[in-house]
Design a protein around this ligand. Sequence first.
Ligand code: GDP
Ligand code: MG
Length: 163
Amino acid sequence: MSAIVAIVGRPNVGKSTFFNRMIQRREAIVDAVSGVTRDRHYGKSDWNGKEFSLIDTGGYVLGSEDIFEKEIDKQVELAIDEADAIIFMVDVETGLTGMDEDVAKLLRRSAKPVFLAVNKVDNAQRNEDAVEFYALGLGDYYSLSSINGSGTGELLDDLVKVL
Ligand code: GDP
Ligand code: MG
């Protein structure tokens, strides 16, 4: 079985844009946890000859802000359980949010390798803005743009090394 990589983060940071750029084909996987399958998309990808399954989380059914946060926590906990590596995506356009800090708190407790991806770094100014994400306490991050593809190679080079 190929390694599993999960993409987590709050809504609108660009998880699905990154996922769609990466995958060659979708996989239908039936998950035993009710309500979870609907919120997760699985795809096959490879980089430098290493094949892996990629999970896009999100697409939540929104009720209240509370459910919203709980759904994200649930996805992060599932990712920590089942994935071999986790891409934690944040968004430089919006900047650091409390929801990012909550996710970071869960991930700092996990032994799984976490790759902090600062997305929407479409230009040099945004590259400077990205430094604020050091405050998440996850160490170095990868600046990238899921829309134009810049920076994604550096992340993937390091990611496949741990799979
Ligand atoms: P998700 O909710 O995390 O899955 O986010 P989506 O992939 O649905 O993207 C949310 C919005 O951010 C969409 O309007 C995307 O076009 C936009 N977006 C995604 N990646 C980038 C990026 O690298 N740069 C910019 N400027 N916008 C992006
Ligand atoms: Mg999405």
